[in-house]
Design a protein around this ligand. Structure first.
Ligand code: CO
Length: 513
């Protein structure tokens, strides 16, 4: 063995050691996810306090394992190793970034934040129920102060909010998002106003009685049609639909069923199914490594929204599925044509609650939260003034009066849980999904007719090939350029929106523009 071969052998041992450590961290991390899953689906309510303690203990263990000097030493050595292949080298770079970031947090701060957040989430639930912002105010104040400290701990350029955005959407910056959300305000908000001047579509048949079991069965059929792998996953019920993964061979989804409105189950099923297909498509060989992990929340959301909106709210999808649905709920839908149904499921109407919003006005809800979070991190608005600030923005962008804080500033769990910088990823994800779907249409010539016949495998294969398999091999921006030839471009979403909704609302294109 010559010197070079010897060096390669030592380094590949080191890489194996690194992989071993990362797998152990991932094992603890996914055990936490399993406890969460259990908590949200079947855990008895009295179990909550001990469960919080158990999750806290494991979170501490996984943090300690990750910031261990041994891993740090290995990473620094491997980072200078030219014998690693491209994918190995990328794993080391990304892990080193994560490592250095996690190292910045003093243990004291982590503990204080976790206690503060657990308490404020608990109080938020009660305050929302009681519709009483004053109950929550001081708790939110504490969370916001800690998050501002966190901006300083992490460090940032230009705007403190950049540090928060980077936690969920690495590389996202206020300077870029300001441009993006200005486009949303100027183009999308205006377009929605034009729609508002047109006759509204009829959707009352969606709110009739829809049997629980039949809805459940229909949802399972939709997941099967998407090629969600039931040998590597399952569906349960929960109060708020979500997806969780323990590895690519065990990715679970939840849905909720409202017997007086079947839309909630249907599109949450397709949405979570989209998230799950991404996770099921990650590399099993790279378990625990960055290249076996999703890129960002925005890219994750691009996958869920591509299926939910571009496929699941499209006409072709219901050409394939409406006869089946009509057969199941004959009493509600026998007199409703496919055209009427399609219009109803795409109704656009400004409203108060983000999670119930249609795919266009949704982004005004995010725009508002983006502006508020930015102002909170910069110290431009005080927590005590939030209800009024919130309500004035809802009037300005959505032209709705907010009757209560419960339906206003208290509606989302995110701020109470310390999730600042999370909301923008919902819009970023939607805009990515429009861009990716436009590309998929270009590259899969028969896509429209495939969807009309319920043949969704070619689309999934395309997503697997272009997006899923890479994990964090590329940044969100790099991947977008690689797949679509350009960076995130809001125009793809506007083109999609104008074309689809001009038809539904009978707007002439020149009126729409
Ligand atoms: Co989602």
């Amino acid at each position: 063995m010559n010197q070079y071969q010897q060096k390669v052998k030592i380094m590949s041992n080191k890489f194996e050691q690194y992989k071993g450590l990362m797998k152990r961290v991932a094992d603890v991390h996914h055990t936490i996810a399993l406890l969460h899953w259990d908590q949200e689906t079947i855990m008895p309510s009295k179990g909550a306090a001990f469960r919080a303690q158990q999750i806290g203990t494991l979170a501490g263990i996984s943090h300690e394992m990750f910031v261990d000097e041994k891993l740090g030493g290995l990473l620094n050595e491997l980072n200078n190793d030219s014998s690693l292949n491209e994918r190995e080298a990328k794993n080391i770079q990304e892990t080193l970034k994560d490592y250095e970031k996690k190292k910045k947090y003093p243990t004291e701060f982590v503990e204080k934040l976790s206690v503060t957040v657990a308490e404020s989430t608990h109080v938020w639930e009660k305050a929302r129920e009681a519709d009483d912002f004053s109950m929550f105010e001081l708790h939110l104040q504490k969370v916001i102060e800690l998050k501002r400290q966190e901006c300083d701990i992490l460090g940032y350029e230009e705007h403190p909010y950049n540090a928060m955005l980077d936690n969920f959407e690495p590389g996202a910056k206020v300077a870029d998002l300001d441009v993006l959300f200005t486009d949303v305000r100027k183009q999308l908000v205006d377009f929605v106003k034009k729609i508002g001047q047109k006759a509204q579509v009829e959707d009352s048949f969606l709110k009739k009685h829809y049997d629980h079991q039949k809805q459940w069965d229909f949802g399972i059929d939709l997941l099967k049609q998407m090629h969600y792998d039931f040998d590597a996953g399952l569906q349960e019920l929960s109060a708020h639909p979500f997806t969780t993964n323990f590895n690519p061979c065990d990715v679970r989804v939840t849905t909720r069923i409202n017997e007086n409105d079947f839309t909630s189950m249907t599109w949450s099923c397709i949405h979570e199914g989209g998230h799950a297909l991404y996770e099921q498509g990650l590399s099993t060989d790279d378990y625990g490594l960055p290249t076996g992990d999703a890129i960002s929340l925005g890219v994750h959301e691009s996958q869920s929204r591509l299926w939910e909106n571009h496929v699941g709210r499209g006409y072709g999808y219901w050409v394939a599925n409406y006869p089946h649905l009509q057969g199941l709920f004959d009493e509600n839908l026998s007199n409703v044509s496919l055209d009427e149904f399609y219009k109803a499921i795409n109704l656009v109407k400004p409203s108060l609650i983000r999670v119930e919003a249609d795919e266009l006005t949704y982004h005004s809800h995010i725009l508002i939260r983006y502006e508020i979070e930015k102002a909170l991190m910069a110290g431009d608005v005080e927590v005590k003034d939030l209800p009024e600030y919130w309500n004035s923005k809802y009037k300005e962008y959505l032209d709705v009066d907010v009757p209560s804080n419960k339906e206003g500033v208290l509606q989302d769990i995110h701020w109470s849980s310390g999730l600042i910088g999370y909301f923008p990823t919902y819009s970023i994800g939607s805009f990515y999904s429009a861009q990716y779907f436009a590309k998929a249409k270009e590259e899969i010539p028969d896509l429209t007719s495939q969807i009309e016949s319920g043949e969704l495998k070619p689309l999934l294969d395309w997503l697997r090939d272009k997006i899923h398999q890479h994990g964090r091999m590329y940044s969100a921006e790099e991947l977008c350029v690689k797949v679509t030839g350009e960076k995130l471009n809001f125009q793809h979403f506007m083109d999609y929106a104008e074309k689809k909704y001009s038809e539904i609302y009978d707007l002439k294109m020149e009126e729409a523009l």
